[in-house]
Design a protein around this ligand. Structure first.
Ligand code: COA
Length: 342
């Protein structure tokens, strides 16, 4: 059997409507535009308004990815959603399936911190391979990375509220000659669980309201995200670098073609957590920053599982044909990478 080429058929993203600037944050916590830009690179971030929700962002990004692929919901056989801010069941993926009206698709969520999109792509890739090889079916999948971190941010905690934001990105995956996923890898290090975690789900917090509160009057009784950023930082850099090496090793071990070296990589989509983390990756790769996606962290902050597919849409056309690595790291710590010919 010829090599089965699986790649992306379409891309979509959704950025919510409320912009939060560093100056806005200066009004609610003891911080400054200078501190935020120097330590994180973030200039603005976007959060949901009262009419937006994690589901609605996921659906909008999906519709755009389907339109970009020239496909209809009925063409989709599986939906995978990387998400951390859907603290309920039924799963977000099933509700996306209902909202889109796909007729015959499976649907499930993947909880893997900010690496949720990478995990979901790997799951979808494996699903497409198994469906074809075992059952002879050509399946196309919809893969979404979405999060509404504004729902779980403590807007009185300056160490986290300046970093985190909302957004969604999606791809349609299937067999194609146009581009190719060459290898994926994922891993976890649960011993770091207490460095970045969410409180237990305290109350019924099922509304779409993020309750961004531009005053410190009340601390809302709901689960908050907690992070020891200084401890997370070096592990994030180490882990993302090791994932990039590993995904190349996995490709070379599984391919009879020319091996790929780190220096062959022409563009990187790192999870957008902090510009200094991204710069550390650029130094390791000996790559100019222009060859690494950085606009996301500057414009949108850390959108968690959404940051990489949002980057795809922001750079459409720019990376065509290039050897690319997507690499992410997040709570857990769950991490992973994708090696692609874009
Ligand atoms: N504004 C102003 N000062 C702030 C601040 C803010 N928003 N947040 C923290 N500070 C203060 C600290 O209280 C500390 O003050 P002190 O020296 O008086 O104690 C000082 O700034 C330095 O804090 P520190 O934590 O050492 O800063 P840092 O250089 O490590 O930057 C992070 C903090 C969070 C930006 C950085 O550690 C980081 O990005 N970590 C990785 C987090 C991450 O990416 N998580 C997601 C992974 S998916």
């Amino acid at each position: 059997m010829d090599r089965m080429r699986i790649g992306y058929l379409g891309y979509g993203s959704y950025i919510p409507s409320v912009v939060v600037t560093n100056e806005d944050l200066e009004r609610i916590v003891d911080t400054s535009d200078e501190w935020i830009q120097q330590r994180t690179g973030i200039q603005t971030r976007f959060v949901m308004n009262k009419n937006e929700s994690v589901l609605q962002m996921a659906v909008e990004a999906s519709k755009r990815a389907l339109a970009d692929a020239g496909l209809s919901p009925d063409d989709i056989g599986d939906i995978r959603v990387g998400v951390n801010t859907w603290n309920r069941f039924p799963s977000l993926a099933t509700q996306v399936q209902y909202a889109l009206g796909t007729k015959e698709s499976s649907a499930s969520d993947v909880s893997a911190g900010c690496s949720g999109f990478i995990y979901a792509v790997e799951d979808a890739f494996n699903k497409i391979v198994i469906e074809k090889m075992k059952y002879g079916r050509d399946v196309k999948t919809l893969v979404i990375g979405v999060d509404g971190l504004s729902l779980v941010v403590d807007w009185t905690d300056r160490t986290t509220c300046v970093l985190l934001a909302d957004g969604a990105g999606a791809v349609v995956m299937g067999r194609t000659e146009d581009n190719e996923i060459l290898a994926t890898c994922t891993e976890a290090a649960g011993k770091y669980g207490d460095l970045l975690y969410l409180d237990e789900f305290l109350n019924n917090q099922l509304t779409g309201e993020n309750q961004v509160c531009f005053s410190n009057e009340k601390k809302i009784d709901r689960p908050f995200l907690h992070m020891q950023g200084k401890k997370v930082f070096p592990v994030a850099v180490r882990t993302m670098i090791s994932n990039m090496k590993k995904v190349i090793e996995r490709y070379n071990a599984s391919s009879s073609g020319e091996p790929i070296r780190l220096t062959d990589v022409e563009y990187v989509f790192p999870h957008q957590a902090n510009l200094r983390i991204i710069k550390a990756i650029a130094d390791f790769m000996k790559m100019p920053l222009e060859s690494i996606y950085t606009d996301g962290i500057k414009k949108y902050g850390n959108t968690s599982a959404a940051s990489i597919p949002i980057g795809y849409v922001d750079t459409l056309g720019k990376v065509k044909g290039k050897i690319v690595i997507d690499v992410a790291f997040g709570s857990g710590f769950a991490s992973g990478a994708i090696l692609r010919r874009a």
